[in-house]
Design a protein around this ligand. Structure first.
Ligand code: SAH
Length: 522
């Protein structure tokens, strides 16, 4: 195995990693090669050699796989955001199903026969492009000194100009071009991470899937100084002629020639809200905590339709309206989100008499769906603004049987159950990537609901948590992936667990930190 950097090798790709790299072996020694798919025969340049494996870069496809297809985006190799764009869509869905299955078996420790028996095919998209209704473009400066918006190349912070990401909605391009043109004309500098100087950092764009309402939020490195080219006095709190009716208090004029920009953006059909978010920290966190509306409303509205997952996701005719601010968590792919929630609702099997908990509830999206079919719903979420949104959304939709608690699930749940004795027939969880806290799982087991519905954006931590729940007296009944992120390696998964009738309560270890997922996964 004497490979060196820059060696050229010919490899047949036989497998794929969870990160979407093709894997091929020469005499049992594996090479990981980005941008290849199973079935490709490829010429590869060795880039990094380790003891047990190496990385390579695709130089040339010698014989293409039957599931390889022309990438739709010219930047896909530089960007790295769409790890599996060269795979046709049916193969992408199969990849996601296999990834979930592997994690269930390797990390969850479940029998392959059980998983194969209950696993259903991944719910795919109608159109796997143009599905992201939220985009965050970094803004920088090119070599000639012009402002650019685009994406970070690979794992770097170098911005490659591209205002036309194929995953986004078509309005993104027009909005970004207006902002860049305005920056050139008014000499508004892009933020520079290395010096902490400059003004425009990111542009956040959101579109209501059903309403078409558009929101633009410019993330700015504004330190309370005057807009460039203005007089010396601070205008903090000063009223601008374009401040919207719902404009929040605060600096409404922090951009030079602000009216010129807002007027042009406001002319785009659907434009509803333009704001700035102030972020002066030198971090990777995109949004600052302060947001000020500079034109139009503070929020956009979206409508989510209820669907019947048993009947091919047919619309039931019911809908829920959501109000979304620049800081709200709201799934980026609302069309597939409707299907994911329909599945969660089907798994919950509600007859209208149940008490349901929705842990990690965000702005109450799943909670309000559940509330339509349950007697009572309790949502728990750690972000105060999201809880306010959830309450407001319940009110707006005339939903009175949903109550929301602020705090960590692992703290609120034991408290409400232990002290107040609130019980649960069904518990739904939708945690962030790191999964559920051990204390939360432990309390769920003590509450012993009939059913647990686990919605997950990371099937590795999902499998780890399912192992704990199954050791504590539950069994997995159904598993199904939902593709919310076409062209990427990411997938959502929905799982139904039922309480085993015969099993007594068992104390199980819920100290999850001791399990090393990276090892288990590889
Ligand atoms: N169910 C919602 C949100 C899911 S995202 C939806 O589908 O829109 C996960 C949410 O969990 C985020 O809103 C995050 O703020 C919240 N969260 C993260 N850690 C938490 C914790 N320990 N307790 C409660 N909520 C938490």
């Amino acid at each position: 195995m004497d490979y060196k950097k820059n060696d050229i090798v010919t490899i047949e790709i036989r497998d794929i990693s969870h990160e979407g790299e093709g894997i091929g072996k020469i005499d049992g020694y594996p090479f990981f090669v980005k941008d290849t798919v199973i079935g490709d025969k490829a010429q590869v340049r060795v880039t990094r050699v380790k003891k047990n494996y190496a990385y390579g870069r695709l130089e040339k496809v010698l014989e293409p796989s039957a599931c390889r297809r022309e990438p739709a985006c010219p930047f896909h190799r530089q960007c790295g955001g769409c790890q599996i764009q060269v795979m046709d869509y049916a193969a992408q869905l199969q990849f996601k199903e296999d990834k979930i299955r592997n994690n269930m078996i390797r990390i969850g420790g479940f029998a392959p026969a059980l998983i194969n028996q209950i696993m259903e095919p991944v719910v795919g998209m109608d159109d796997p492009f143009h599905y992201r209704y939220k985009a965050q473009y970094p803004v920088g400066t090119d070599r000639e000194g012009n402002p650019v918006a685009g994406f970070y190349a690979g794992r770097t912070h170098n911005i490659i100009a591209n205002t036309q990401c194929l995953l986004g909605v078509e309005e993104n391009q027009e909005i970004l071009e207006i902002i860049l043109e305005y920056m050139r004309r008014e000499h508004v500098p892009s933020y520079d991470e290395s010096t902490g100087k400059g003004l425009i950092r990111h542009v956040l764009i959101r579109k209501g899937f059903s309403t078409g309402e558009l929101m633009v939020c410019l993330v700015i490195n504004w330190r309370g100084a005057e807009p460039e080219g203005q007089d010396g006095k601070s205008r903090r709190g000063g009223k601008s002629s374009v401040a919207g009716k719902e404009g929040s208090r605060g600096p409404q004029r922090c951009l030079p020639a602000q009216e010129r920009l807002t007027r042009r953006l406001a002319a785009i059909p659907g434009m509803t809200s333009i704001s700035v978010s102030i972020n002066t920290e030198n971090t990777n966190v995109i949004m600052g905590s302060e947001v000020h509306t500079i034109w139009g409303k503070d929020r956009i509205t979206d409508v989510i339709h209820m669907r019947d997952s048993v009947h091919a996701f047919r619309l039931t005719g019911e809908e829920i309206r959501f109000s979304i601010s620049p800081l709200s968590f709201y799934q980026v792919n609302p069309s597939q989100m409707e299907r994911l929630y329909a599945l969660a609702l089907e798994y919950a099997q509600l007859a209208g008499t149940e008490t349901v908990w929705d842990l990690y509830c965000g702005i109450g999206t799943i909670s309000l769906f559940l509330a339509k079919r349950a007697k009572r719903v309790y949502g728990v979420e750690v972000i105060p603004e999201a809880i306010e949104d959830a309450r407001r959304n319940a009110d707006r939709n005339g939903i009175r049987n949903a109550e929301f608690f602020l705090g960590r699930a692992e703290e609120v749940l034991p408290e409400k159950y232990g002290r107040e004795g609130i019980r649960a027939d069904v518990i739904v969880v939708d945690p962030p990537r790191k999964g559920c806290d051990g204390a939360c799982l432990g309390t769920m087991l003590r509450m012993a609901p009939e059913r647990i519905v686990y919605v997950s954006c990371d099937s590795a931590t999902l499998a780890r948590d399912l192992r704990v729940l199954c050791a504590g007296g539950y069994e997995i009944r159904r598993i199904r992936g939902v593709d919310l992120f076409g062209q990427t390696v990411h997938t959502e998964t929905c799982v139904l667990l039922s309480k085993l009738k015969s099993t007594q309560h068992i104390e199980v270890k819920t100290d999850l930190d001791e399990m090393d997922l990276t090892k288990a996964e590889s």
